[in-house]
Design a protein around this ligand. Sequence first.
Ligand SMILES: *[C@@H]1O[C@H](CO)[C@@H](O)[C@H](O)[C@H]1NC(C)=O
Length: 235
Amino acid sequence: QMGFTSRGLSIGVIYSLILLISSEECLWIQKMTKRDVKMNVVGEGLHRNLLVSAHLESNERFVECRLLYSLRVPQGMYFDSDNVNSSLPNHAMYSRHYFDVEAPAKDSKEVQISIVSTRMKRKQFIITDHFSVPIHVRYHSPDAAGAATVHPPRLLIDCPADYRIHSLQHCPTASAKSVRSLAEKWVIIDPLTVSAPVTVSIPTGNRSMLPTVVTVTFAVVACSLLFLAKSLFIS
Ligand SMILES: *[C@@H]1O[C@H](CO)[C@@H](O)[C@H](O)[C@H]1NC(C)=O
């Protein structure tokens, strides 16, 4: 009986020790009292804007940091790889994927991209950051229900100077090949508040309208030709 109790007790002690250690693992993130990620998609039709903002607050100064947003671009959407950087004055997009802007949704796949802030934020208690970037909706087949859902990006941070001071090696990290040249590891920030995913519905061409569209187009062309011929004959 006694044996069981003391064994139970020591297991209990070990468990609470493990809990204590793991709760102290990444104090740096726990000290951030605000960790917000907001996202929205604005505009109408096939060409829209993706708005993203982040807000971090801590009791300790951030010495030198830059943010990375890891975004999953859904199958039904794309970025213009050639021009995306020019619409991002304070950020740069990194991806090993070149978006085929012509491909319809059914021939595309979900792609993960990274958007990184190009300026280091220095000696701040608060880090706020935001960007707006054109995002486009792919053509959907006329019969399919046209919708694409974007999830808010995952937020990661690189603070080379804070690394040594705050033993960030205990923090959960991730990386992607396309951003490895910037930093080997990026600390994952678990947001306290985050926007809901946004579903964009797309007006798809309706096939039942086709005969009407064709008839009206032909009628307009025929009338214009008649009018042209008449005015030519008269003059
Ligand atoms: C954006 O700019 C960065 C930095 O100059 C570059 O490494 C990256 O490849 C560019 N992204 C695209 C999609 O062209």
